[in-house]
Write a protein that binds this ligand. Structure first.
Ligand SMILES: *[C@@H]1O[C@H](CO)[C@@H](O)[C@H](O)[C@H]1NC(C)=O
Ligand SMILES: *[C@@H]1O[C@H](CO)[C@@H](O)[C@H](O)[C@H]1NC(C)=O
Length: 468
């Protein structure tokens, strides 16, 4: 069955005329298919399956992380449409999440995945994982503000009691009391135990935004505690920089699991800027250390996958230049079915790199200036070397370019175009009907691993939302 899907797939939608149209069309497919994964038949209302796949691989579970990332998109989308159906989806997800918070199990709130009925998964698994509660809190905070604006009671989402009965505070209490002691906790790929940059970043964001919400809702003691923990995490994040390698490291204090990830370079660091960045400069997309890491990732994955030799793809009637397909980490052995290697490029990571570029441009537009750092200069040099970008204006590290200056315009236009080239790469490997998989075969480019991965659709929606 899976094989017939793979081999019948044709590249990119034939009816689109250009990349913008493809992105819009894919957004519509992604919305439909992401919603189909929420409250699926056989699952409880509000449960979110990670993919439409019961076997090889079996992703028929509610992962707290994947659900949090997906429902954050639903919450944004609800804000722009005010659809009653989407509101019902958020309500169902809220009730289901509360049931999970009280379901117990060996790892409590560190349980990474649940059956779609709400029962904690009890088979062998890399647990606990401590990014999930932070991502779940984040998926509810924006929704709680929306409810407040509508004059509704939000005590189901936040109350100031201890012990609390509310969704967000339950997760914030867990995060704020457990982030330091988690050296046995597993990373987002569920393979390595230790302290993880991504996990820290989303925990920090949840605590900062949670502190603001607590303050607003008359819980100043909690606000102060969450803020203080967030500041300690910020301090701790400094440890992840590897000056010698010139990039951030994904895991510190390695405590077991996959032991062949010798580079310690992982695309989840880039995802941390997207999911945990807060516009305060702390490892946001434009921070020099994050840029240096993005550059290292692009350098690493470019030559790794044979499909990256292809430089353009047909969308509609035109050829579109494409950027490189990116994977999780260079030593990856997960094929989407087993760990017998080699690892493949992933849809959600390549969409993520598109979003990374769009967010750079968005940040510069908001600040009305571009600060040229070494990391940014290196990224622009890569655009020249790998993607044929042309820069007629000179730029120098240490300079600042004001909005509407020729240098600003040229840097922003080339960065936006690089973002589009990553989107066009995703278009090339997405099925003609818009179906996304978890991965693309590194040799053939066809979808591989879990079909209709919820996170792949969420990543497309997020990238499209940030396109400038
Ligand atoms: C939705 O809108 C509310 C009210 O404007 C806002 O506070 C909240 O952050 C928005 N949610 C998201 C996910 O953007
Ligand atoms: C940059 O220079 C090239 C070559 O001289 C020229 O073709 C192109 O139009 C210039 N681009 C801009 C934006 O000025």
């Amino acid at each position: 069955m899976l094989f017939s899907i793979i081999y019948l797939a044709t590249l990119v939608l034939a009816t689109t005329n250009d990349l913008s149209q493809w992105i819009d069309q894919e957004t519509s497919v992604a919305q439909t298919r992401l919603l189909a994964n929420i409250s699926p038949s056989g699952g409880a209302p509000g449960s979110v399956t990670a993919a439409q796949s019961h076997t090889n691989p079996d992703y028929w579970y509610h992962w707290v992380r994947d659900a949090g990332i997906a429902l954050t998109e639903v919450s944004h989308w609800l804000n722009t449409t005010s659809s009653a159906n989407l509101d019902k989806t958020m309500q169902d997800y809220s009730h289901f999440s509360r049931a999970l918070q009280t379901a117990g199990g060996t790892y409590g709130l560190g349980t990474a995945k649940y059956l779609l009925t709400g029962t904690p998964y009890t088979g062998p698994w890399c647990m606990p994982q401590r990014d999930g509660p932070a991502l779940r809190a984040l998926s509810f905070i924006g929704y709680a503000y929306r409810l407040l604006q509508e004059g509704k009671d939000v005590s189901e989402w936040y109350d100031s009691k201890l012990p609390t009965q509310s969704l967000i505070k339950t997760d914030l209490e867990y995060v704020s009391h457990n982030w330091q002691v988690d050296d046995m906790n597993c990373d987002i790929w569920e393979e390595v135990r230790g302290h993880h940059f991504y996990t820290r970043m989303v925990q920090r964001k949840a605590l900062v935004e949670g502190a603001q919400l607590a303050q607003r809702l008359g819980d100043p003691g909690a606000a102060q505690w969450y803020q203080q923990q967030a500041e300690e995490i910020t301090q701790d994040l400094g440890r992840f920089w590897d000056a010698q390698a010139g990039h951030l490291r994904t895991t510190l204090d390695f405590n077991g699991g996959v032991n062949y990830k010798t580079s310690n370079l992982d695309s989840q660091i880039m995802l941390a800027a997207l999911h945990g960045g807060m516009d305060d400069g702390v490892y946001t997309v434009e921070s020099d250390r994050m840029l240096a890491t993005a550059v290292a990732l692009i350098d690493t994955f470019g030559p790794l996958y044979p499909i990256n030799k292809v430089k353009s793809t047909t969308i509609g009637n035109a050829e579109w230049p494409i950027a490189w397909a990116l994977g999780r980490y260079p030593e990856d052995k997960y094929t989407g079915y087993n760990s017998n290697g080699p690892g493949n490029p992933w849809s959600l990571i390549t969409s993520g790199m598109a979003e990374y570029h769009y967010r750079l441009v968005g940040t510069w537009n908001r600040r009305s200036e571009i600060k040229m750092t070494q990391g940014l200069s290196d990224l622009l040099e890569q655009m020249k070397a790998y993607y044929g970008a042309v820069f007629n204006q000179s730029y120098t590290v240490g300079s600042t370019y004001q909005k509407n200056s020729p240098a600003f315009n040229e840097i922003a236009a080339n960065t936006e175009k690089a973002g589009d080239m990553y989107m066009a790469r995703v278009a090339r490997h997405t099925d003609a009907n818009g179906q996304m998989f978890e991965e693309w075969n590194l040799n053939t480019g066809y979808g591989q691993g879990a079909p209709d991965l919820t996170w792949s659709y969420a990543a497309h929606l997020s990238a499209a939302r940030h396109r400038v």
